[in-house]
Design a protein around this ligand. Sequence first.
Ligand code: SF4
Length: 254
Amino acid sequence: MLKQERYQHFVEYFSKHQPNPETELHYDNPFQLLIAVILSAQCTDKRINQVTPALFERFPTPESLADSTSDEVFTYIRSVSYPNNKAKHLVGMAKMLVSDFHSVVPSTIEDLQKMPGVGRKTANVIASVIYNAAAIAVDTHVFRVANRIGLTTNARTPLAVEKQLTEYLPKDILGIAHHWLILHGRYICIARNPKCEECPLTWFCKYYARTHTESYLQKAEADKAKKAKEQKKKKTLDKITKELKKRSVNGSGQ
Ligand code: SF4
């Protein structure tokens, strides 16, 4: 199957079955989404949604967060991964928002990436979710699922995955495709044992074709070897039985 066809099937399936996917992070405004996405690095959305209500209540604006200390922020986010670093990043991000961007979350990936704690992935999420920019954020789910399905080839870094997805996917659905891949990776195409038996994409998934063809061949090979072994065993037994009969006949005749 051509790569282009695979993309076509991918877009057709999800456009029909999941036309309006959304982030599972809870937020009410761009500032809150920025905080939530920074916190979500190497942590689950579920965990982030548990800590953000109190955090957002205590720090409703960039100014309030900028005036705080990382020690205080830490007390609100201690249960997420890397709380020390993330607390520092949040305060640094808020300070820069106030000083350089008039307390408004910037819209370009370049400006977003200037802030502490904001890497390319976070910048792409904010730019696409808040500002509808033609950008696709590549996290661990997007990286894995795109590769398994065969939307990417030999893409060894998130940036390489981002480039290939951007090249093949229509610009206006890049942001949506990000959610499709994340949700599929989170619930079906999970890291260790993908739930292929529940997956509706098997018929165009490269990983499925490869793994299932291989296992089929391996099983066929094992069956063949087992049959040959059994035939050999039967042949030997037949030979022994025949020999014993022959001796028995010769013995009774003496
Ligand atoms: S068939 Fe399996 S590997 Fe392919 S996308 Fe579905 S769950 Fe993932």
